[in-house]
Design a protein around this ligand. Structure first.
Ligand SMILES: CC(C)(COP(=O)(O)OP(=O)(O)OC[C@H]1O[C@@H](n2cnc3c(N)ncnc32)[C@H](O)[C@@H]1OP(=O)(O)O)[C@@H](O)C(=O)NCCC(=O)NCCS
Length: 150
């Protein structure tokens, strides 16, 4: 991607279709790191369940290269604790390592704060160096839970 082409913005309804179109750019490794399982494409129920929960219980920010979605970061509120949420982030393989993941996490945390969440939690595998780096860079901490309340 050429510098300056990236847009990071709040999730929009049409982004579910853009994410579906981006699925071929997600390798089995990336899908395993993001979804903690063995998948060849986005898990079948993922798009329908996130669309059903958007925009309150689930929300996200998208990274776009022109009209192509190249990454997203999301939060899902806990069903029994709606002021706290799990977050996750994913970048298509051919755009990893260019700062998009870090930018997405930064934008998502601001979105979560603006939505009134009290904390966000990231489950990152201990061997997932890129995700650990990005999370620590943005939060300034090794802790997996970030308090957002001021
Ligand atoms: C994790 C992920 C979102 C990071 O996004 P990215 O755009 O590739 O990351 P960035 O370019 O912002 O780099 C983040 C940091 O990790 C470092 N990094 C990137 N790739 C790395 C690698 N393979 N090994 C070690 N460090 C790496 C970068 O140098 C940067 O650190 P720095 O700012 O101190 O230099 C992306 O790699 C991805 O989608 N991985 C698969 C899904 C996943 O693991 N999701 C997280 C769990 S929910």
């Amino acid at each position: 991607m050429k510098p300056g082409q990236l847009t990071i913005r709040a999730w929009e309804c049409g982004d579910f279709a853009l994410l579906s179109a981006a699925a071929p750019r997600l390798s089995a490794r990336t899908l395993r790191l993001r979804f903690w399982g063995s998948f060849l494409t986005l898990p079948p129920t993922y798009l329908s369940s996130t669309a059903r929960r958007w925009p309150y219980a689930w929300d996200a920010v998208a990274a776009l290269d022109g009209i192509d979605l190249v990454g997203w970061a999301e939060y899902g509120r806990y069903p029994d604790d709606l002021q706290n949420a799990d977050i996750a982030v994913c970048v298509v393989d051919d755009e990893q390592g260019h700062g998009i993941g870090t930018a997405l996490i930064t934008a998502l945390i601001e979105r979560a704060r603006a939505a009134g969440l009290l904390s966000v939690h990231a489950d990152i595998a201990p061997f997932n160096e890129a995700a650990l780096h990005a999370w620590r860079n943005v939060t300034g901490s090794r802790a997996s839970t970030l308090a957002l309340a001021s």
